[in-house]
Design a protein around this ligand. Structure first.
Ligand SMILES: [Zn+2]
Ligand SMILES: [Zn+2]
Length: 301
């Protein structure tokens, strides 16, 4: 699993800096998380093919999180996409997209599956053989979701020498890695635990933007390998965070601590700041393993 930061800023983009968007690559699927204005340029800049995006998740109806969506939906059609694109978004955003498609008489040559989010509690919204996406409610000025994306439990690893020693035919190797017992060439049942070891650990990522801190949030992101949490404001501007329902550095650090996550990525910085080193300093007082969002940064989870 790896994550590419496409935009690091809050509502107002700057020259060379974009509002919040992330691309998560998981088990050969590409999930675009929020879709900032200019996202197509960013994807091209970091050599991510637009046609490779499988799923788009939109957290809420504020423009800094979806202004790039209509352009992207249109461009991939012009580029003759033929595979399905799934977009999960609040009902309000879904209506805006449908309205644009209708009034511009846009003809899409691929299957655009728009899925409306209106859950008021934690809910699994997507599942395939490899991973699960869960949406959970955030606390913001409009209806907003966070997302948790988890790899499914990986298969066990075969110990080939042991399998040969126990006289197991190779047609059964697949079953063993799926934690199933098999019969060997002498008709004896062989416990999969004897001929396999634990497979690679499944990884998880959670995304929280935009939100004020609330206690229950830590339950939604518990123990993930990487947590993205917005830090629109430094602690000295806490009053602004409270009035606009955003998080400060201390909020994000407390969340990472309480949720016992492995690593924290912060972003969605207010345009009033130019020096981001204070963001790191303030978080590190409470939670040490923190990284700063920067356009183009790639993080191996
Ligand atoms: Zn925002
Ligand atoms: Zn917002």
């Amino acid at each position: 699993m790896n994550l590419t930061v496409l935009g690091s800023q809050g509502a107002i983009p700057k020259l060379g800096k974009y509002s919040t968007s992330l691309l998560l690559n998981i088990s050969n699927s590409n999930i675009l998380i929020d879709c900032c204005e200019g996202v197509q340029h960013q994807l091209r800049k970091y050599k991510i093919k637009l046609s490779k995006i499988d799923i788009i998740l939109i957290s809420h109806a504020h423009g800094d999180h979806y202004f790039g969506l209509i352009g992207l939906i249109s461009t991939v059609s012009l580029l003759k996409r033929d595979k399905k694109l799934i977009v999960f978004c609040p009902t309000s955003v879904l209506k805006i997209i449908q309205s644009h498609i209708k009034h511009s008489k846009m003809r899409l040559n691929y299957d655009l599956e728009l899925k409306s989010l209106n859950n008021q509690s934690e809910k699994i919204i997507f599942e395939d053989f490899n991973f699960i996406i869960t949406a959970f409610p955030l606390k913001h000025s409009v209806y907003t979701n966070g997302f948790r994306i988890e790899e499914k439990k990986k298969r066990r690893k075969l110990l080939l020498n042991k399998a040969i020693e126990f006289k197991i035919d190779k047609v059964y190797f697949n079953k063993l890695t799926k934690s199933e017992n098999v019969l060997n060439q002498d008709g004896e049942e062989i416990d999969y635990l004897k001929v396999t070891t634990e497979g690679p650990k499944s990884k998880s990522f959670a995304y929280c933007s935009d939100t004020a801190y609330f206690d229950k949030l830590a339950d939604y992101i518990k123990c993930v390998d990487l947590l993205y949490c917005e830090t629109t404001f430094l602690e000295k501007d806490k009053d602004k965070a409270l009035s606009t329902l955003h998080s400060t550095t201390t909020d994000a650090a407390n969340l990472a601590n309480k949720g016992a996550v492995k690593q924290l990525l912060i972003g969605h910085f207010s345009s009033r700041y130019d020096d981001y080193s204070n963001f790191l300093k303030e978080v590190k007082v409470i939670f040490d393993n923190v990284i700063l969002s920067e356009e183009g940064k790639k993080i191996q989870v």
